[in-house]
Design a protein around this ligand. Structure first.
Ligand code: WQD
Length: 342
């Protein structure tokens, strides 16, 4: 039983590789390293004592993907390979549509050739768009995204639903992530963004470790109890475990299923910063500035379906997320960059 993890060197991909290995599955990884480091996989091997065959390929390249399926008996593909910076996607729409859509199309095409018909897809709460009421439920309409990144997720979901509809032997699971943060409790793998972080938690940890002077909190005038935005933060290890549950579901079911992976609880920016400071005993200097374009005031998951159907639920608290993010950052102030490549 081998899973191919496309985008396996990234933040969520590396934690997912680790979780599959710990549950006794074989893992093969593919990644073009355009926004990740193979050092993450080396550390997963170190943590688990197991080997991960690694292919440094762009999964948009059919000829480069085929040998993976020739060399390994792949039962399921977990598709993380894609570009993910919301702001950058507005500047580079063609790169986002080309990369993110072709990655999934090419993988599906090669899967079809080799008779592999199970895919778990890395989607996002961003597909709920601007108009849905909270909490978000899987049955709500998608679309009305404000950026090309979000549209690539909406479109990829549609493509995969079409593939499963056309061939009754296919099994597709669409996982809509809320806001993944945290790191493996070992502190050996974690989030390692290039350049200035776009997302909140890596910004907080880089301020705490002294790489950046202060955090700017975007907006203090939202219609929320403390005026800052509310999100559903989920520990990346819980998220990784959700992929194992989804794969086990896909082994026994066909068709398409969609699951929110969140905690179902909303936390404000100020609450997250204060929890981080308290749990870790470190200061995170911050200032309140104007709103960031495109931010919604508040959203969180209805996470009932994953619990009911997959038997999965998030178990780690906001304090756990803050502790583990800090443990990773303080032990790796420059991420993976000081380490020798694989
Ligand atoms: C969280 C909150 C910010 C940075 C985005 C994408 C989503 C998904 C995850 C993944 C917001 C505030 C942030 C900072 C701040 N994409 N903030 N200062 O925007 O909920 O979701 O990333 O691949 O599709 O939309 O996450 O972490 O950027 O922001 O005040 O320096 O933190 O305004 O309220 P977001 P985020």
């Amino acid at each position: 039983m081998a899973v191919l993890v496309a985008g396996g060197c990234g933040y969520i991909g590396s934690h997912t590789c680790l979780e599959f290995l710990e549950q006794g599955y074989d893992v093969v990884a593919a990644d073009n390293l355009c926004n990740s480091s193979a050092e993450s996989l080396r550390r997963v091997e170190e943590l688990t004592g197991k080997k991960i065959p690694f292919y440094e390929v762009n999964v948009c390249d059919r000829a480069a993907v085929r040998p993976i399926f020739e060399n390994h008996k792949i039962d399921c593909v977990i598709q993380f390979a894609g570009l993910k910076a919301v702001g950058e996607s507005v500047q580079k729409p063609l790169e986002y549509y080309q990369n993110n859509l072709n990655a999934t199309l090419t993988l599906c095409d090669v899967m079809r050739e080799f008779g592999v018909k199970r895919m778990i897809f890395s989607s996002s709460a961003t597909v709920y768009g601007l108009d849905n009421p909270i909490p978000y439920v899987e049955t709500m309409p998608t679309g009305e995204c404000t950026n090309p990144y979000g549209w690539t997720k909406v479109m990829s979901e549609k493509i995969l639903q079409g593939v499963a509809a056309a061939d009754p032997e296919w099994s597709v699971v669409l996982l809509r992530y809320f806001n993944p943060i945290g790191a493996h409790e070992s502190g050996r793998i974690g989030e390692n963004p290039n350049g200035v972080p776009n997302n909140l938690m890596p910004y907080i940890t880089q301020v705490a470790v002294g790489r950046r002077e202060k955090l700017s909190i975007f907006g203090q005038d939202y219609p929320t109890p403390d005026g800052t935005c509310i999100r559903d933060y989920i520990h990346v290890v819980d998220l990784a475990k959700g992929h194992v549950a989804a794969m086990e579901y896909a082994m026994h079911h066909t068709g398409t299923e969609i699951f929110n992976l969140g905690t179902g609880k909303g936390v404000s920016v100020t609450e997250l910063v204060e929890t981080f400071e308290q749990v870790n005993g470190v200061a995170v200097p911050h200032v309140y500035v104007g709103r960031r374009a495109g931010d919604l005031a508040e959203y969180y998951a209805n996470a009932d379906k994953a619990r009911r159907v997959l038997g999965w639920q998030a178990e780690r608290s906001i304090a756990d997320m803050c502790r583990d993010s800090w443990n990773w950052q303080k032990n790796n102030p420059n991420g993976y960059s000081n380490e020798k490549p694989l």
